[in-house]
Design a protein around this ligand. Structure first.
Ligand SMILES: [Zn+2]
Length: 244
């Protein structure tokens, strides 16, 4: 099975057959977070330009530039972040591989110690550690999981991470621009539509973690409103200064 087909499912079946919610990955939560990021960034940008008395033309140009700049910046940041995290993990796995080769006895004792801390008796731990250590790749996987908390065969792809944040940020950032594209040249309509999107996005994330819809919706709405409101006031102040 390939890495992508394994991680594409947001739920994992455990050995007993019932399903756990995937608490490590899952694409919907980060996608909504990325979209909310794009929404708040862009609604604040156009509110700022609108507050400064910018024309509709200036508002749309600012929104498009904000969408592109934010999406590329998020993608680049995510790519570097996931790549360097993977490089760190792989270099630690290499260290572990080297240790297993040069210090086999010590590593086997270390493994037995880990099993004992998990509640296995000394005799069984010794036996299990010896058995696991017979297969070098198997042993490496167990050491990596115990010591680094990762499966080195299942590292996230930096390309997928970059593309996902580019798309999700763009999806949120385009919302305040939609009214202008449809011919409603009023800042208020863009703000209203963005408020609605904040309610839906914030509420959706809350539902995914089994919390009430309205609480997440309200939190996202208030935070987005504060960001856009403050930027609007800054625009108002700077716009006034520039006119004076
Ligand atoms: Zn080790």
């Amino acid at each position: 099975m390939t890495t992508s087909s394994r991680s594409s499912s947001s739920r994992h079946k455990n050995t007993y057959g019932y399903e756990h919610r995937d608490v490590t990955g899952g694409w919907l939560r980060p996608a909504v977070f990325g979209a909310m990021d794009g929404l708040v960034t862009n609604v604040s940008l156009i509110a700022g330009v609108g507050g400064a008395g910018g024309s509709q033309h200036a508002i749309v140009l600012t929104g498009l530039a904000g969408l592109a700049a934010g999406a590329f910046s998020m993608a680049a940041g995510e790519y570097v972040s996931v790549s360097s995290q993977n490089e760190l993990i792989l270099s630690e796995v290499d260290k572990e591989r080297h240790e297993l080769k040069t210090n086999a006895v010590g590593e086997q004792a270390e493994l037995a110690g880990m099993l004992r801390r998990r509640g296995v008796s000394a005799a069984t731990a010794k036996l299990a550690a010896a058995e696991i250590s017979e297969h070098p790749e198997q042993a490496l996987a167990v050491h990596a999981l115990e010591e680094l908390g990762v499966d080195p065969e299942e590292l996230p792809s930096p390309y997928v991470a970059a593309a996902a944040s580019l798309l999700s940020f763009s999806g949120g950032a385009i919302i305040p621009l939609l009214p202008f594209a449809l011919g409603f040249n009023v800042l208020g309509v863009a703000l209203g539509l963005s408020a609605l999107a904040a309610v839906v996005g914030g509420g959706t994330v809350a539902r995914m973690t089994n919390r009430p819809f309205w609480r997440g919706a309200l939190r996202q709405l208030v935070l987005g409103g504060v960001a856009a409101g403050l930027t609007y006031l800054i625009g108002l102040a700077v716009g006034g200064l520039a006119a004076a």
